[in-house]
Design a protein around this ligand. Structure first.
Ligand code: ALL
Length: 325
């Protein structure tokens, strides 16, 4: 049952949608609460995430499910994600599916800060409460559209700056480093790059290359290998998420330069935390991904209950270094 932009998923029957577990539109699960337990008036909340190939989003989903299980009767949860980081069309289709099933709220981590705005606007126009988590929608475009969608998430620039400062303390003025970025159209990718640059500028460290690897591990390994080849004196790779840091560590090892080139990331996924603890990565940032969707869900429930005007909410981000350091 393929889902394409020419045959919007919103045309599918709602009942059929709930039976789907995996479609070409991405992964969608049946509501968490058994139907027998569902209070007729309990709001239905859809969580629409990005790549489920990224542990960051599977732990986000686990956190949301645990919250729903701890609050039975309060709401019904439908968990969705896409297959890879750049499947914008799949994410748009998922939002359309959720609109077609008549959910009360959509909590969304958009893969792109502009590309998902038109469908989000349609959801708001349909009376659905939309809460933006993790990656902020473009504020200017939102304002132009005259749509208010609150953002719940961390200050990514600040988080990246903190990670960059830990790295700078290990380097000397004039050292050379490179930045491997996420999808350029994602605001949090732009902010993390800016935060890394802030820290390098303050420490007088030279950023010799900035390249996007679209959040993906394999792409980052390729990009990192090329950068290492071009810059024999390179001292560090600053990666905008941990998936890409894993790729960078592989490239550094492959080049036999693990003693010279430091790697930092962002997310604190378990694989990266293991590398931080072993010294193969210097640091990462914990943005408490397992709680991010929960914050968004709680806010959506609050807005549904009170009808209050939505406002942004800032969440924590902290640096993680090896506990033995
Ligand atoms: C960002 C998230 C995580 C994730 C990345 C790739 O929006 O904050 O850093 O690793 O997207 O999906």
């Amino acid at each position: 049952m393929p889902c394409s932009t020419t045959l919007p998923c919103s045309r599918f029957l709602p009942a059929l949608l709930l039976m789907l577990t995996l479609t070409a539109c991405g992964r969608q699960e049946a509501p968490t609460r058994p139907a027998a337990e569902a209070a007729a008036d309990a709001p239905r909340i859809a969580l629409v995430m990005k790549s489920l190939a990224n542990e960051f989003f599977t732990s986000m989903a686990d956190g949301a499910r645990a919250h729903q299980a701890a609050n039975p009767g309060q709401y019904e949860l439908i968990v969705n994600g896409i297959r890879n980081e750049s499947d914008l069309a799949q994410q748009v289709a998922l939002v359309e599916q959720m609109m077609a099933t008549g959910v009360d709220a959509i909590v969304i981590a958009p893969a792109d800060s502009r590309g998902l705005l038109p469908v989000a606007r349609r959801a708001v126009a349909q009376g659905i409460v939309v809460v933006n988590i993790d990656n902020r929608f473009d504020r200017d475009v939102l304002a132009e559209m005259g749509v208010e969608i609150p953002f719940v998430g961390p200050d990514n620039r600040e988080g990246a700056r903190k990670v960059g400062e830990v790295l700078a303390a290990e380097l000397a003025s004039g050292d050379q480093v490179a930045i491997i970025g996420g999808i350029p159209g994602a605001f949090n990718a732009q902010q993390r790059q800016a935060g890394f640059e802030d820290a390098m500028r303050s420490a007088d460290i030279e950023v010799v290359s900035i390249q996007a690897a679209d959040w993906e591990q394999a792409r980052a390994a390729t990009v990192a290998s090329a950068i290492l080849g071009e810059h024999p004196g390179l001292r560090a790779l600053l990666c905008a998420n941990d998936s890409m840091a894993l790729g960078a560590v592989a490239a550094v090892r492959q080049a036999g330069r693990a003693d010279e080139v430091l790697v930092v990331g962002f997310d604190n996924i378990s694989a990266a935390n293991t590398l931080v603890q072993s010294g193969a990565m210097l640091a990462t940032a914990d943005q408490y991904g397992d709680q991010l969707a929960v914050f968004g869900i709680e806010y959506a429930l609050e807005i549904l209950a009170t009808g209050q005007a939505p406002q942004d909410r800032n969440t924590a981000v902290d640096v993680v270094v090896a506990s033995a350091r």
